[in-house]
Design a protein around this ligand. Sequence first.
Ligand SMILES: [Zn+2]
Ligand SMILES: [Zn+2]
Length: 529
Amino acid sequence: MRLTFHGAAEVVSGSCFLLEAGSTRLLVDCGLFQGSKALNERNYGSFPFDPRSVDAVILTHAHIDHSGLLPKLVRHGFSGPIYTTGPTKDLLHIMLADSAHIQVSEVERLNRKRARQRKPLLEPIYTPEDADRACTLVQTRDFGESFQVGPDLTATLWPAGHMLGAASVTLTYAPAGAQPQRIAFSGDIGVPDQPLIVDVARLPAVDTVVMESTYGDRPRDDNEDRYNQLAEIVKKTFARGGNVIIPAFAVGRVQDLLYGLHRLIHAGELDPANIIVDSPLAASATDIFCNHVESFDEEAQRFAAVVGDCPLYLRDLRITRSVEESKELNKIKSGAVIISSSGMCEAGRIKHHLRHNLWRPECSVVMVSYQAAGTLGRRLVDGAKVVRIHGESVRVEAEIHSIEGFSAHADQGELMDWVKAFPVPPKRIYLVHGERKAQDALARRIREELGLDVHIPALDQTVELAPARVRTVRAGRELPVEPWDNRLWEAFAELRDALDQLERRGAPAETMEAVIAALEEVRQKALAV
Ligand SMILES: [Zn+2]
Ligand SMILES: [Zn+2]
């Protein structure tokens, strides 16, 4: 097997990994680059591989840094299946439509300028038609279901605990007569006990791991506290006569906030007046979440039963879809919580709300998402005194708060727990989806505590993955004898793969009967011990 890191290498955005296994060329994710100018430019250039040569895509989740270049892939000739979960399919639809709309209007704006300068005009990266075509290629798969993605190559999706529908992926490449090779892609790893979201799954044994490292260098504040921290900020800001502005990713984070606010209101901690979601995308995403209440975690399902509706539908919540309604919000001087996107303050309606509220000391801005280097959000978190918004200088007088507990990404300790949860320590780990500083810190800790082989791949780097003899390492030492739980687990995983293949090949009834009888014999043996 061969793996090339075409994105999210030493940066957080642009997740895109090309796995070549035998004759199959599979992409895991195809995300948009976000952040610095140089990164953004990568979105415009051609792919470093031929999209027509890609057989299939597995999409871990709908966030734009994982899905945002799928329409470009289709525009340049990809026509294979895109496998993902049901909720991701629904969310992808609105994410890509929104992204296409942004691409087209961004290029229109640039072209007006270029026409004046008599420069050649640009083409959008993709159009709404490309986004629609990408969505028609999606095929859904359930968590835990093993499916074929190419000859001798099977995949399984597992809950990643990051947001609705978000998955980790494991793949097994088992050509006849050769030792099978297994690889896991973490996707974005969530935080245990996150509201709404089913917890991250323990993955089966693999040889190679490609894992995210967004918060690889930091521990986080206590999760439990986050709603109370938010309630405190809201109360204090209202008492001063200001507004609370919350930049939030429209899909995932807004719903997390709505759930938290609902709980605070339900507990009598907050007054429901004037909570506003100013983002058509967030409004559509919230509806999709509410169509998948069955995918929420147990706690959220219980709360839904108590309030008798989807827990994201707050009574008196104001949702503004039109531009006119959004502009009306600029007249509100106090007592409003305005949730708007984009989450890193780079585009969209949030910029208007910041322009109208940042200069007012009585207001608060609450950061609840990851802020990439080079974004307006990051400059605010880093304490900028003046920022430029729409070509205008704006003084930063409002209080800037960050509540890290809202992160949907595992912190350093939780990433360590995720690695430790493999039944057999992986042979090698590649860290992706993180800034270099975070990656170095996590790599160091994994090497020191677990003695594993950790790499930080560069953009477009290719690595050859040789079949692995699975080592057993405990506390950094290789053990001469494998403990029985690992051996049993391995044997079981191989058995499961063999049975999957048996069924797919359409084995005759007597073979199936013989296999079932043999399995029953094994079961009796285990029971007899
Ligand atoms: Zn994500
Ligand atoms: Zn991500």
